[in-house]
Design a protein around this ligand. Structure first.
Ligand code: PHE
Length: 444
């Protein structure tokens, strides 16, 4: 099995693409959605701690798994741990396809809202906004959004690692930061800004720290937002040279991702508070922000329309730099494992995901279930297995890859130690709490 001769143009290109994969709708929409389900400051604190203490070492491990094997997600676990690790490769594939299926539906909603704000305008009131959301989130409208988003993702991935994915991230990521910074400053001057920060981000209630739903939301948000656990970063790291310093690169990815998550919260929550939409968002469903934000922005006229265009535009850029990494998981696996040509692999996977995307396109209930299962449970499980593989089954591979790129000995041991004794047990607890919480919600 020979790896196709693809590579990043530089370590910086890899970091941008990896940050592009991490920063996505999860930061903009997922963070707001989960934070508003309750938990306030406790949710934010748990999320940041899990990201830094639990996910960061797993992210390094996932990068090592890709780079040290130079294989795609389907094959890399076998190369590192032997045949009995083959199910992990399959888990990566199933989870990536499942996430992409509902992610592309959300992209469709985002794209349609963007086009409407740009070409037509914003809905006049809540009822009009709900009617518009109904139109784009059900039936033919939703399927069209899904197909267009998948097609765009396919075009980028078909253009290759350097010519497609890296090129997109090189202009997309800086554009996204500039737009977000502009919106952040604008939102800080809204009349209700202080109340918004307070209501969702700063409200402190220590008891929330132990609530299963807060814990599940924090774990899910951390893993989904960093995007570690399903082989997307692994696929990218397989195209990386031996010299790039992985711990520092993982830290930049995590830093950018967390910053964007918090910044996005500091845009959406003041908006929600200053337009008096707090109650609407607290009973949050996946669609709430798509309804609440345009309605609120409509009330301030042309400026609001401009902000809507910028916000949904930046969301679409963030989303496509993530969806390409999800598609790269099965595509690189077909290329690497079965010797397919990239283009064939891309369009076959796109066709498959278009079918898998029908249930979430046609029912938001199905979308929420897929989000919880693929984007929550399977992703966290994948993270746990990556941590186990590199800390207990193949620690020598982990250490020698890090040595090869010049990581100081103390940092290497510290990373291995935290992978073994912090990440593994913490993820095991987080996963159990999440599964029980979901079971209670669905069956209990
Ligand atoms: N991290 C992306 C987001 O926040 C989604 C994603 C999940 C990407 C898993 C890759 C792997 O939107």
């Amino acid at each position: 099995m020979a790896r196709a001769s693809e590579s990043w143009s530089s370590s910086f290109g890899f970091v941008l693409a990896a940050a592009g994969s991490a920063v996505g709708l999860g930061n903009l929409w997922g963070f707001a959605y989960r934070a508003s389900q309750g938990g306030g400051g406790a949710f934010v604190l748990l999320y940041v701690v899990i990201v830094l203490v639990v996910c960061l070492p797993v992210l390094v491990a996932e990068m090592v798994l890709g780079r040290s094997t130079s294989h795609a997600p389907l094959i890399a676990p076998i190369t590192a741990g032997g045949r009995r690790w083959a199910p992990l490769g399959l888990l990566f594939l199933v989870a990536a396809l499942g996430i992409l299926a509902f992610y592309a539906v959300l992209m469709g909603w985002t794209g349609r809202t963007l086009l409407h704000a740009l070409l037509v305008g914003l809905p006049a009131d809540m009822a009009a906004s709900e009617a518009f959301f109904g139109l784009i989130s059900s039936g033919g409208g939703a399927v069209l959004g899904l197909l267009v988003s998948l097609a765009l993702t396919g075009v980028v991935v078909a253009a290759g690692v350097r010519g497609g994915i890296e090129r997109l991230s090189r202009w997309g990521m800086p554009a996204l930061f500039v737009l977000l910074l502009g919106l952040l400053i604008w939102a800080a001057f809204l009349p209700g800004a202080g109340a918004g920060y307070h209501q969702f981000l700063l409200r402190w209630d220590a008891a929330k720290l132990l609530e299963p739903t807060t814990i599940r939301n924090a774990f899910t948000q951390a893993f989904f937002s960093i995007g570690t656990g399903i082989g997307a970063i692994l696929a990218y790291a397989a195209y990386l040279n031996r010299r790039s310093g992985l711990p520092a690169e993982a830290l930049s990815v995590v830093g950018m991702d967390t910053a964007v998550g918090l910044m996005a919260g500091c845009v959406t929550f003041p908006l929600v508070a200053s337009f008096g939409l707090g109650d609407v968002v607290s009973g949050s469903t996946v669609g709430t922000l798509f309804i609440a934000l345009p309605t609120g922005l409509a009330s301030i006229g042309l400026a609001g329309r401009l902000v809507a265009v910028l916000f949904f535009g930046l969301a679409y850029i963030a989303a496509i730099t993530s969806s390409v990494s999800l598609l790269e998981v099965p595509v690189s696996s077909l290329v690497d494992g079965l010797g397919w040509r990239r283009r064939e692999a891309v369009w076959t996977c796109v066709a498959l995901v278009a079918v898998l995307g029908l249930p979430p396109a046609l029912s938001t209930g199905a979308l929420e279930v897929m989000d919880a299962l693929f984007g929550g449970v399977l992703l966290i499980l994948g993270g746990l297995l990556i941590a186990l593989l590199l800390s207990w089954q193949a620690p020598a591979r982990f250490l020698s890859d890090l040595q090869g790129c010049g990581t100081p000995p103390a940092l290497r041991s510290a990373l291995l130690f935290s992978l073994r004794w912090i990440s593994v047990p913490a993820i095991a607890v987080g996963l159990s709490v999440s599964v029980l919480d979901l079971a209670k919600m669905w069956f209990g």
